[in-house]
Design a protein around this ligand. Structure first.
Ligand code: AMP
Length: 395
């Protein structure tokens, strides 16, 4: 499975017995999230008679909170062992103000952040009734009245202040936890869908000249409602608009020089800034060099976003040459592919400058390779399926 670089990280909050465990089961299967319940992790440590388990045992038995030092150790290990998940669902963490900071640090380490904290509100007496009921079947020794009262006391004193941390950050959401399971489900789903619609879906489309990335890119952008960003065409538009930058570009072209990254960056930056309210972007012809790959990461980061998927259309070299040669005889002929020498030069440029970029991305995140042979429709279907696979996991 390909990873979505925009992770969905949710913390489910509420007093013991609020229904966090029940709601979590549904959320992890719907959104394919990695579930982290510090309570479960601690019980596992105790069952395994580990050092951490032994240290935590007495606090849990009395209904007190386990020290932040123990929590940071068990949670860090679980998170760093699963960096490729679509995101994390935290249950029972953060439970102290200090743990809220710990979570910030852990998310930062994975180059991501918590989307929101969803708090299930349940009156104290309802919590007690639910936990006593659960105690009849859960087999949990801490589900008895004395310990339950202590757990709630700890909750009020140490855990409730966590909410202010997230209120201040503006990522706090509240759901009425005494509603039916289905209705609580619906309210949580609505919050998550809203979160997801905020994150941009960004595709980088690679392929040799002649692989069809231009025509596929345009069609895919239309199909998925994404903004098509083709730097080659943007440079052309700039020339046509007779702007100051356009004149500079013409001059460079006439002298046979490459357009410097400074100009390309400005154009893309403007495009991103002008595209308010879009769902995401398809980049074609950019990044072309390793330097540009860093630029793209930086530009997207500026918008709180990142690359979602990288796709490469693969076509055998001989077929590329024959396609480009065909095109050179039609009205679609571009000024840069009207001679064999120019065609070969472009293929070489791709080989030496862009292939290393694809290799870098492949090592970092995985590049989805698509067979570019066959009809336009066949290739389009293959790319669409690859694009949808990750999105469906989340939306
Ligand atoms: P839970 O299964 O979330 O109800 O947790 C059961 C018990 O484990 C709690 O009463 C605490 O003693 C301990 N515990 C679980 N998570 C944490 C945490 N994040 N910080 C401190 N103690 C925790």
């Amino acid at each position: 499975m390909y990873k979505l670089f925009v992770m969905l990280n949710i913390a489910l909050f509420g007093p013991p017995g609020a229904g966090k465990g029940t709601q979590s089961e549904f959320l992890i299967s719907k959104y394919n999230l990695f579930y982290i319940s510090t309570g479960d992790l601690l019980r596992k440590e105790i069952a395994g008679k580990t050092r951490l388990g032994m240290e935590a045992q007495s606090s849990i038995a009395s209904g007190g909170l386990v020290s932040d030092e123990i929590i940071v150790q068990i949670i860090e290990k679980t998170i760093t062992d699963n960096p490729d998940s679509n995101g994390f669902l935290f249950d029972g963490f953060p439970r102290t103000y200090i743990q809220a900071y710990i979570l910030e640090g852990l998310m930062l380490k994975l180059n991501t952040s918590l989307n929101c904290l969803i708090s299930l509100t349940v009156p104290e007496e309802e919590s007690v009734t639910r936990l006593l009921n659960r105690g009849k079947t859960s087999g949990r020794s801490d589900d008895n009245e004395t310990v339950i009262r202590n757990r709630l006391k700890e909750y009020n004193e140490k855990t409730l202040p966590v909410l202010q941390f997230y209120r201040d950050k503006g990522i706090f959401e509240e759901v009425n936890g005494i509603d039916s399971i289905e209705n609580v489900n619906l309210s949580i789903t609505e919050i998550i869908q809203r979160e997801l619609s905020k994150s941009l879906f960004n595709i980088v489309l690679f392929g040799y000249p002649g692989s069809g990335r231009g025509s596929q890119g345009k069609a895919l952008a239309k199909e998925f409602g994404l903004e098509y960003v083709a730097t080659g065409a943007m440079l052309g538009e700039e020339i046509a608009s007779h702007s100051e930058t356009g004149r500079k570009i013409t001059e460079l072209y006439e002298n046979g020089q490459l357009v410097p990254d400074e100009i390309v960056v400005q154009l893309i930056e403007k495009k991103l800034a002008d595209s308010k309210g879009v769902k995401g972007f398809i980049f074609k012809g950019f990044p072309r060099t390793l330097v540009q790959s860093y630029i793209l990461d930086g530009l997207l980061k500026k918008y709180g976003s990142s690359i979602s998927k990288i796709i490469e259309i693969e076509v055998p070299t001989l077929e590329l040459i024959s396609r480009l040669d065909e095109r050179s005889k039609t009205t679609h002929c571009m000024p840069y592919d009207n001679s064999t020498a120019k065609i070969v030069k472009r293929l070489q440029e791709h080989e030496t400058k862009t292939v290393p970029v694809i290799e870098k991305y492949n090592q970092l995140h995985g590049v989805i390779k698509i067979n570019g042979q066959g009809t336009f429709g066949e290739v389009f279907m293959r790319i669409s399926a690859a694009m949808e696979s990750g999105v469906k996991n989340l939306r």
